[in-house]
Ligand binder design. Structure first.
Ligand code: SF4
Length: 437
């Protein structure tokens, strides 16, 4: 994790504006975005205009009905220029002093990151919130499950605020508590719930950090655990010490890539489709399974392909290709390395000057790394500009709105995990901390 950098290079949002303006003027542009809707302001998607996730990589995934709805952002924040919003955010921060801490995820747009007190991945930021017990408000510039995790780890008197409630995560939303509970019921009917002669349970549930607090709580209540993309292998080892097989949700790719690297054959890793009986598997397939993979995925990381890697190698001989383990297995297999955002950051930081990197993760982070490490050549494997659509919803207008609310003594968009969920969810997180290598 790092303290917020001062970024001055063209941001993704600026690039999107330039591309859109060029496309409007000429009918075409030399670079492109995944959708022209990226140039639309995020408040066009406030309130009843959901349930899509909005412009960006996950816009074609529909949001579940229970997705929190963002009310309309007041008009003066919509009309304010970038410079005006910047000034208002800085002024509110100064008035709030140490009463508020702003956390910015690596995938957040530069116009927001410039105001963050800490920048990191979701778990690093939740721990940063914990390190600021005197802050009355934690402004989480990320997505909904991250704000929930910060609420789990912060003090009871601290308010966690998500500037735009529509900033969900399409992957996290692919596994909801009702579907996972129904799956668990079918597995329990098939395997029972008693340990075998070695004391191992039939199934251990493992949820990726990118999931709702309800699913973390489910794991806490059922002998399970949480993992991150940094510690997934250690967590799977923990689970196999206690169970014959693992139910892994919501990201099939992280589960498959991690288990494969541990030597588990692909035929022992069936996917679970919650819309089908037995997840679309036969009883025999389930009996032979070691890891049951929920069929969720990240729309951002699903965009990376083997063809992009081949092109990067043809264009830049000697290029080092690093991808995130949320990418599909063929992409991870074709890359030189796979690792979490923290792994990518450390690999670039430790490389000798003049290195060339092709990176398979979200473009805001890649562009920021390229700006921070001018001694290297760093580019995104995907030539199309396609940020995480839900992170992209944290526009500076929403940040200014919640900060000025705090200055007036009004807490807007507070995220609170109910105690019935929080207690078992913390249990699952504590197991993860104990299992970490
Ligand atoms: S990058 Fe993917 S996993 Fe991360 S918040 Fe966006 S949709 Fe969710």
């Amino acid at each position: 994790m790092s303290n917020a950098p001062g970024t001055s290079t063209p941001s993704v949002a600026t690039a999107v504006e330039l591309i859109s303006a060029a496309a409007a003027a000429n009918g075409q542009s030399s670079t492109s975005t995944c959708t022209p809707a990226l140039a639309m302001p995020p408040w066009e998607f406030d309130g009843a205009r959901l349930p899509d996730y909005g412009p960006g990589a996950s816009m074609h995934d529909s949001a579940p009905p229970a997705t929190p709805r963002q009310g309309s952002l007041p008009e003066d924040y919509r009309q304010a220029s970038d410079a005006e919003l910047h000034r208002r955010i800085e002024a509110a921060k100064e008035k709030l002093g140490g009463r508020a801490v702003i956390l910015g995820h690596f995938y957040q747009r530069d116009e927001v990151i410039r105001h963050a007190d800490f920048v990191g991945d979701s778990f690093q930021l939740a721990k940063a919130a914990k390190s600021k017990p005197d802050a009355e408000a934690i402004i989480f510039c990320g997505v909904h499950f991250m704000a929930e995790t910060a609420d789990l780890l912060s003090g009871p008197d601290q308010a966690v605020v998500l500037p735009n409630l529509a900033a969900g995560c399409s992957m996290a939303d692919m596994a909801d508590i009702d579907s996972v509970t129904a799956c668990w019921g079918q597995l329990t009917e098939l395997f029972g719930s008693e340990p075998d002669d070695d004391g191992r349970l039939p199934v251990i549930p493992v949820t990726y950090m990118n999931s709702s607090a309800a699913l973390k709580g489910f794991c806490g209540e059922n002998g399970g655990i949480v993992c991150t993309s940094s510690n997934a292998a250690a967590v799977l080892e923990w689970a196999f010490e206690r169970g014959r097989r693992v139910l892994f949700f919501p990201d099939q790719h992280l589960g498959r890539n991690t288990a494969k690297a541990m030597g588990i054959p692909l035929e022992a890793m069936p996917t679970w489709n919650p819309r089908l009986a037995l997840g679309g598997n036969t009883v025999e397939q389930l009996r032979q399974s070691r890891v049951l993979l929920w069929n969720g995925f990240c729309s951002v990381h699903k965009r990376f392909t083997v063809a992009q890697i081949e092109k990067a190698r043809a264009d830049f001989p000697g290029v080092r290709v690093i991808v995130h383990p949320e990418c599909p297995m063929p992409v991870v297999d074709a890359a030189d390395e796979a690792g979490s955002t923290d792994y990518i950051l450390k690999a670039i930081d430790a490389a000798p000057d003049g290195s060339t990197f092709a990176i398979g993760t979200e473009i805001n982070m890649v562009n920021r790394l390229a700006a921070q490490y001018p001694q290297h050549t760093i580019f995104c494997l995907d030539p199309v500009i396609c940020p995480c659509s839900t992170m992209y919803r944290i526009h500076p207008g929403y940040l200014a709105w919640v900060l000025e609310g705090l200055v007036r003594g009004e807490v807007l968009n507070r995220i609170t995990v109910p105690a019935t969920v929080a207690v078992p969810a913390r249990t699952a997180l504590e197991r993860m901390l104990a299992a970490r290598p």
